[in-house]
Design a protein around this ligand. Sequence first.
Ligand SMILES: C[S@@+](CC[C@H](N)C(=O)[O-])C[C@H]1O[C@@H](n2cnc3c(N)ncnc32)[C@H](O)[C@@H]1O
Length: 338
Amino acid sequence: MPYQIWNRRYTGSKYKLSEWISDLIAKNCEGNSFCDLFAGTAIISKQMIDNVDEIYINDFLYSNEVIYKAFFEQSDFDYKKLNDLKKEFSKIQPTEIPENYVSINFGNKFFSYNDALCIGFIREQIENNNDLNKKEKNILLASLLYSLDRAANTVGHYDAYIKGKMISDAFVFDLITPYNFENKKVHISRLDANELAKKISCDIVYIDPPYNSRQYSRFYHILENITKWKKPELFGTARKPKAENMSEYCRNSATKTFEELINSLNCKYIVVSYNNTYNSKSSSSKNKITLDDIRSILESRGSVSIFEKDHQYFNAGKTELPNHKELVFITKVGGQND
Ligand SMILES: C[S@@+](CC[C@H](N)C(=O)[O-])C[C@H]1O[C@@H](n2cnc3c(N)ncnc32)[C@H](O)[C@@H]1O
């Protein structure tokens, strides 16, 4: 079955809340342009795109940028060519291909050995295929990322793999389903959110930063590594490369960074998603920014309305989060409190 944009496991994905959030935006904001500054899976962009003429989709991870270009960029591609390649990939016999970067580093850990062989082999084929335009290459890469995520021996991210069990072969390559929009301006970027915020002017800005000290670039290091395909040296049991793209939103500077972001926005409405894990027992899942700080920083820009919803939180099963609530703060810039 071809993949839809929400068919991936992603910490903090708003897939299950996407209708609630987009309804809140539709009822409380007005505008023709929308910016998803910390887009993650881009499910909120997907939900909003029909309501606006112009959209900005941004995240600082390489793998997310490729996925956004594959789904949203409006340029030509030859579906038959991609489908033929998919058929070729499905005939690959792991016993007939040589060891590669993925099998050596991640085989019998994050994937079965055979699956890792196939993933590395397909990645190399995509890299060396000179008959692909940029859109086709992005569709194949995104398809590989979605397909390998299905087969991964993890709880949903790549900070660690599940140890002590036989890993069965599960990898099947399938294509993503790109979107077709008419008359929409789509801007895709891989920038630090605070940098992009200074450069654009947009009616509605949606802000969904990381909430705790868990760094996305470390959680999704395998997706980043396979996307970039520079084959760096890897370290430790989880075979991670040297750190990059470490977010200020996961550090003690989060509140200051958030305040700078909010003050630099040139927009009519600011929509912020956050949750109430400030009192979590595990220090790595504690909120980095308090709800009071979010509210007072937003109130310096306008009138703020707060909406909340009970939400079943997904995690690796270590952290108890009773009464977990998802919150959405909607600020009308220049409103009463400005
Ligand atoms: C909570 S997730 C967003 C989830 C998204 N709304 C969804 O529904 O899938 C936070 C995202 O922010 C990104 N991120 C973290 N720090 C960033 C920064 N400084 N600039 C841009 N993106 C950042 C992470 O890569 C991650 O994808």
